[in-house]
Design a protein around this ligand. Sequence first.
Ligand code: UDP
Length: 476
Amino acid sequence: MVKLAQIQVDARSPERLDKVVGPDRAARFAAVAHDTRELLAGRAVINVSSTARGGGVAELLQTLLAYARGVGVDTRWFVIEGTPEFFDITKRIHNNLYGTGGDGGPLGAAEHRIYDEVLHANAVELGAFVRPGDVVLLHDPQTAGLVAPAQQAGGIVVWRCHVGVDTPDDHVRRAWAWLRPYVEAADAFVFSRRAFAPEWVDGDALSVIAPSIDPFSAKNYDMSPDEALRVLRHVGLLAGADHPPPAPFVRRDGSLGRVDRHADILQTGPPPPSDVPLVVQASRWDRLKDMRGVMLGFAEHVDAGTDAHLVLAGPAVTGVADDPESGEVLAECALAWRDLPHAQRSRVHLACTPMRDPDEAAAIVNALQRHASVVVQKSLAEGFGLTVAEAMWKSRPIVASALGGIADQIVDGVHGLLVKDPTDLAAFGEATCRLLGDADLAQRLGAQARDRAGEEFLPDRHLEQWASLIARAVTG
Ligand code: UDP
């Protein structure tokens, strides 16, 4: 029995953004919000995605819906339900769209049948909410099969694809050939980069919109170094007293919360003391994030020259419903970790963050990113690195792969250091050591990254782009 879940997001007034965006941007945003509210009067903006927690899309929707509701737009969020076979197929498509084979399984008629059956059941439920003239925003391949039913219900349908590569290969072409019949008729398409769109997406229907972060969420608010220490001690990622107490943090709605769960940590011996430099990658357990490669690069090319420790943090593997490979990827990392010589192993910590309370989970990532001496994102493919934007906003020095959306986010040597070939572990190690060893450089790149994040990756810019796309779609 399919149960399309409606996710509750509380309204947030965008006025709290005023102090980070300044009066001119705030005034422009207020004007756009006013026009959008007038234009949409009586229409809902309905988002559909495949998970409410873990990963970039869930993170984004929390932010966008909260501020959209805050300016009086009736916007809602539904999460589809699927079977394990369905999510195996959609993960295969996701991996293919990133130019990799994934599990190597087929994409043919049998997969269409499984996919159609799940989405048909979800479409029936969605149909009860969509009214003629509503705007329906469908996110990623998991929801592509809802384009036609949402249009039949009278919706104006925008399909937003968050993944892609600059240069398509056979995997990419295969996935697009399979997806095309579902999405081709969408009223509009949104990609994070123009190069990600297949050639058959009509130029007029295509918008390029990069994601953004919420500077006031539990993930990004200005957590003090002391608060971060308390959080990391409590969850078990930094050495502290025997039983460090629960740590306070500020929730997305401004109320006080406390981190009282622990992280699940694989480590040899005690956690690192608070004064050793931490290199951190916080990502889903997805092969394309290359957590294992980060570990080997650190062990072989960073460990010996510094006293740094590495923390690889990802969501608890049961916490992300639409990601069937996460358990496997974590297990591969654990295996590689066990193979490291003892001295290296004791400087590498694999952590699963508790996901039950999204704000608590976010506060742990906030603390880790803020405490990090270097944040890394050594992805093998990336649509847009939210983790990169999060670290930029926190003025962290970053080492990241020069590909996909990251290449738009960071100018090498200005907002961080980019590694041209992410499989080049020596180059990754060298860049990381450079930042660990040169405090002035690290400080300068971090400050420039913060400025860039403030200019480009905040929700006002993002929502204005959506407003302009919705206005075009609604007025035909
Ligand atoms: N993240 C998290 N908990 C973790 C590790 C990562 O909440 O233990 C978050 C991270 O902070 C970011 C999101 O997951 O907000 C990942 O988004 P990104 O765009 O980097 O990658 P995606 O998951 O979309 O591929």
